[in-house]
Design a binder for this molecule. Sequence first.
Ligand code: RB5
Length: 144
Amino acid sequence: MRILLASDHGGYLLKQQLLQQLLLRGEHEAVDLGAYGPESVDYPRYARQLCQSLLSGVAERGILLCGTGIGISIAANRYAGIRAALCHDEYSARLARQHNDANVLVLGGRTTGPAVAQAIVTVWLTTAFEGGRHQQRLDQIEHG
Ligand code: RB5
């Protein structure tokens, strides 16, 4: 699977750690869309870049990070077709896939440690959408 990653400075370190782990696992292709250093940057720009790339079809999934994950998930969910889920635990990550078909996982670089983040990413990457009544609800989100 091709996975896009992007963060602001608050998520930079955790993004680098996740990139490294994804690279080591070798099961997925991870594409880093920045930020490329710890200097202060604005998260909406990185949300836009990742969401527009994902919607263009260049990858199947995206992972976004900022300090808390809150700002960048608010920004990402402004894009039609993006279902960004801020997760702090594996249970939420599982349900974000099974019920919400979340195509973007959001993590907080200042709120979630690397081991927990890695476990969340693994669950989110390996859990399938259940469809059925959940698809109906997603259709209501997209089309009213
Ligand atoms: C940046 O200081 C911080 O506001 C940002 O990373 C994020 O936590 C916003 O929601």
